[in-house]
Design a protein around this ligand. Structure first.
Ligand code: SF4
Length: 53
């Protein structure tokens, strides 16, 4: 897996995470929200996440 130097990510449970370096390996990710009116960082999600098992 090659890291995308433009996308830092520490979500080690994701199958696209380059765990040793703390980056995402995808070319592009989709960010979204689970809130009707997001007001802080915790309201946002990476919708490209896939569980690494
Ligand atoms: S897909 Fe999202 S959660 Fe997964 S490594 Fe990339 S940025 Fe992180």
């Amino acid at each position: 897996m090659n890291k995308n130097s433009s996308i830092k990510c520490s979500v080690a449970n994701c199958k696209y995470n380059v765990k040793t370096e703390g980056y995402c390996s995808l070319d592009v990710v989709k960010i979204g929200t689970h809130e009707a009116n997001p007001t802080k960082c915790e309201c946002t999600d990476c919708n490209s996440f896939v569980l690494d098992n």
